[in-house]
Design a protein around this ligand. Structure first.
Ligand SMILES: C[S@@+](CC[C@H](N)C(=O)[O-])C[C@H]1O[C@@H](n2cnc3c(N)ncnc32)[C@H](O)[C@@H]1O
Length: 255
């Protein structure tokens, strides 16, 4: 059991709506993070907002790359029947378990690599805010905070794996929600998910100024052609994809 004294008050956060649009009824979510764990940021809140708009009643939800557990907690508090969260970081796993408890929410948190951490079962909803920031090489960090954002030269090492590995774990009619930056190509994400037989679209977009990580590698992003000269803002996108359900098959609708 962890002592709250280990928690950094600087990383205490309550849910707030990040985007314009119809209000979404949801109970407040409070999360804290252990040092070194990714505290909820705009991408996290944007994805939480998209998640709350889904019908989660009785749903089985898988949160890949859970970090603080914000999305797992959000799912559990929005009607999901069964929530499983996965992260490769030990501290993130402890943090997510703690935040589920803190919010009186039920869910399992497993340490491991994406869907391979949960070998059995299909899910109605898979949600993920993965690492997606382009880095100077393709060697993914095995420790430290950069594990939350470094994603290889094109920023897509983890995003591509989610696009190709997660669809097989969706139940018929199941939905995948993923957030990332436009710098690593929303079009490519939609294309890959459609290749897996899902119907995919960009659901939400949000412009924001570069945060500290993007700013620290702005010159590299320029030189590698991810952003224009002196461009210091990015667009976050939430991609939503749906696996056709039994009704689609019965009516002969294309995927
Ligand atoms: C950008 S953070 C997102 C945290 C949280 N879901 C949120 O939205 O605030 C990405 C997380 O992915 C985790 N991660 C990185 N590679 C992973 C992998 N192969 N399998 C599972 N988790 C991974 C990191 O440890 C980090 O906690």
């Amino acid at each position: 059991m962890l002592d709250d004294a280990l928690l950094s008050p600087a990383h205490t956060t309550a849910a707030r709506p990040p985007v314009d649009g119809p209000p979404v009824q949801a109970p407040p979510v409070r999360v804290r993070t252990l040092p070194g764990v990714y505290g909820p940021q705009t991408d996290s809140w944007l994805l939480a907002q998209a998640l709350r708009r889904e019908d989660l009643d009785g749903a089985r939800v898988l949160d890949l790359c859970t970090g603080s557990g914000l999305l797992a907690v959000t799912a559990a508090m929005s009607g999901a029947a069964d929530v499983v969260a996965v992260d490769v970081s030990r501290r993130a796993v402890l943090t997510a378990r703690m935040n589920l408890r803190r919010n009186g929410a039920r869910g399992a948190v497993v340490r491991g690599d994406l869907v391979h951490a949960v070998p059995d079962g299909d899910f109605d909803v898979i949600v993920s805010n993965p690492p997606y920031v382009p880095a100077e090489d393709d060697a993914l960090p095995t420790r430290g905070q950069a594990r939350a954002w470094d994603a290889g030269r094109d920023g897509r090492l983890i995003v591509d794996r989610i696009c190709t590995e997660a669809p097989a774990r969706l139940a018929p009619g199941g939905r995948l929600l993923m957030v990332h930056s436009h710098v690593c190509s929303a079009d490519r994400t939609v294309e890959l998910l459609e290749e897996q037989g899902l119907r995919a679209e960009v659901l939400l977009r949000r412009q924001l100024a570069f945060g500290p990580v993007m700013m620290s590698r702005a010159r590299f992003l320029e030189q590698a052609g991810f952003v224009d000269a002196d461009e210091r803002h990015e667009e976050l996108v939430v991609v939503r994809a749906e696996r056709p359900g039994a009704a689609d098959a019965a009516h002969g609708r294309a995927a």
